[in-house]
Design a protein around this ligand. Structure first.
Ligand code: GLN
Length: 551
């Protein structure tokens, strides 16, 4: 049976529960334990798939095609365990399951209630996700005291009783420093623990987010008021050298030992964080710098492209290159032209949906293609690259994606039902699709053509990458695009779907229908991002000296 570590948050949101959980999991993994992580989210959406990135940040996609909270991305970047449908539950999903059971008659005429039916469903979900692991860390979204997280807290309280010594609670709080008074304040932490205890949960560890190390005296005070042993009241300092330093910071505090001791886990190994030290060293001691323009629709929302920005940074690690991300709204390019791309060593168009800003993306891609600037297109960024090439290189005036213009002259990108007609009839139109649940989702295999850039980068013939899209490359245009110099270098295993395009005449121009950012990790990087950043560096070096000097 797995031991359970519950992680709650208090005082304010955004204290970094997800990162702290992931970093602790990384230490435990390095000590030889098999660790998994679960995120319980209090909102009513069944999953974040339909939520705007402005509201909830990126939607992270797992191998098995679950659309999940972005914390699962942190988990996969920090530990080797792969996440799945089992690792993220929302209130909506829990209720959905309970209501489905009620409709099936599973409750045999009983009155279905929050307690015990909803709480039992939560408990079962946690147990299922924990099966087969030594430790399962369960992070509860939101802040203690929120009405909506109560059923989750009640469920974990019950699990705490059921599991006894095999379950523990870590509470993350804020210990603010008040500049005017030159004082560190422990009161919010005291209150937040009081709130937690009032619903029957006594934390075993307090992780206190703070700017400066909390003094002995303050720790003693917090311990006294919260019933938490003093050695388990820990400072969780802001990581000065980026998030991958957090495992080292938590190790320094001895958090892993406290967890292992408290749960009575058998471990034979000391923590070995040398991989993480190497990552941090490469981030801190860079020798080069490149600027990547990221042209998208949600660029001003920090979390909307979380995995992508991480993957870009990972891409610079091998060559010790600092990657500066120039976030550009594609609508700005529509208004002001491509002059805002002047400082970019490379251009990237990420995934996206809908027509707003699409033409700006197409313009940015044209600029990259015509000026030999390395280009990486992801999903929508590949579709826009196909549209751009069709229009400006192949002379297919009015080429577009049917997502943008349903009745365009040349639907080079369309819903598969629109173009995959046995008779080759492009006029076929599908029914309007339902927005939830009609996407191509999750990991699929892709075959790379011999001699292609993609094959060279990956170093193998078959890869597995994750998808999240409805529209596809329209094969009826394959010939004309190829004749004009586009290489279709990756296909689905049955050969029907184009997954990667490249321009062999260009120094580095590659776009893929899948999302490589979801499988990039700091320790291993990702061939496409590493290749992209190194190409940006190579092109920057080959640029005239005057331009380099002005960087
Ligand atoms: N909107 C496009 C589609 O649905 C691309 C989606 C994406 O970039 N993830 O196919």
């Amino acid at each position: 049976m797995a031991s359970l570590v519950f992680v709650t948050g208090g005082v304010v949101s955004s204290l970094g529960k997800g990162l702290s959980s992931a970093a602790l999991a990384a230490i435990l993994e390095s000590r030889g334990l098999k660790v998994t992580l679960v995120k319980l989210d209090p909102y009513i959406n069944v999953d974040p798939g339909t939520m705007s990135p402005f509201q909830h940040g990126e939607v992270y996609v797992t191998e098995d095609g679950a659309e999940t909270d972005l914390d699962l991305g942190h988990y996969e970047r920090f530990v080797r365990t792969r996440m799945s449908q089992l690792n993220n539950y929302t209130t909506g999903r829990i209720y959905n399951n309970v209501i489905a059971k009620e409709r099936r008659g599973d409750y045999l005429g009983g009155t279905v209630q929050v307690i015990p039916h909803i709480t039992d469903e939560i408990k079962e979900s946690v147990k299922k996700a924990a099966e087969g692991y030594d430790v399962a860390m369960i992070e509860i979204g939101g802040t203690v005291g929120d009405i909506e997280s109560l059923p989750f807290l009640e469920a974990i309280r019950q699990l705490g009783v059921e599991y006894g010594r095999d379950a523990m609670f870590i509470h993350l709080t804020l210990v603010p420093y008040i500049k005017a008074a030159n004082e560190t304040k422990t009161k919010p932490t005291q209150h937040s623990v009081k709130e937690l205890r009032s619903i029957g949960i006594q934390p075993d560890v307090l992780l206190c987010r703070c700017e400066n190390e909390i003094s002995e005296e303050e720790r003693a005070k917090i311990a006294l008021f919260t019933n938490v042993p003093k050695k388990a009241v820990m400072s969780a300092l802001d990581a000065r050298h980026g998030i991958y330093e957090i495992p080292m910071l938590l190790l320094e505090e001895g958090l892993d030992d406290i967890v292992i001791e408290r749960l009575g886990l058998e471990v034979t190994r000391d923590a070995d964080l040398s991989d993480w030290e190497e990552v941090v060293d490469r981030m801190r001691h860079t020798q080069h710098e490149v600027t990547v323009a990221m042209v998208g629709k949600y660029v001003n929302h920090a979390d909307a492209y979380k995995s992508l920005t991480e993957a870009l940074h990972h891409g610079g690690l091998r060559s010790r290159t600092k990657v500066k991300i120039l976030a550009l709204e594609s609508e700005d390019i529509e208004r002001e032209g491509v002059s805002c791309l002047a400082d970019a060593d490379a251009i990237l168009v990420p995934g996206g949906f809908g027509e707003r800003g699409f033409e700006g993306k197409v313009e940015a891609i044209r600029h990259a293609r015509e000026n030999n600037i390395p280009y990486l297109g992801i999903c929508f960024g590949m579709q826009a690259a196909v549209v751009e090439f069709a229009r400006n290189r192949c002379g297919l005036e009015g080429a577009n994606s049917t997502e943008i213009e349903r009745d365009c002259a040349h639907p080079v990108i369309g819903l598969i039902t629109e173009w995959l007609d046995a008779s080759g009839n492009l006029e076929v139109r599908s029914e309007d699709s339902d927005l939830g649940g009609t996407m191509r989702l999750g990991a699929q295999e892709c075959r790379l053509s011999e001699g292609s850039l993609a094959r060279q980068l990956y170093g193998r013939e078959v890869i597995r990458e994750r998808h999240r899209h409805r529209y596809e490359f329209n094969n009826h245009y394959a010939n004309v695009l190829e004749k004009n110099g586009m290489r279709l270098s990756g296909h689905s295993m049955d050969g029907t779907l184009v997954e990667i395009i490249e321009l062999p005449e260009h120094p580095w121009f590659l776009a893929c229908q899948f999302h490589p950012e979801f499988t990039s990790t700091p320790r291993d990087g990702h061939p496409l991002f590493t290749g992209f950043i190194e190409a940006a560096l190579a092109e920057q070096k080959s640029a005239p000296a005057a331009e380099v000097a002005s960087l």
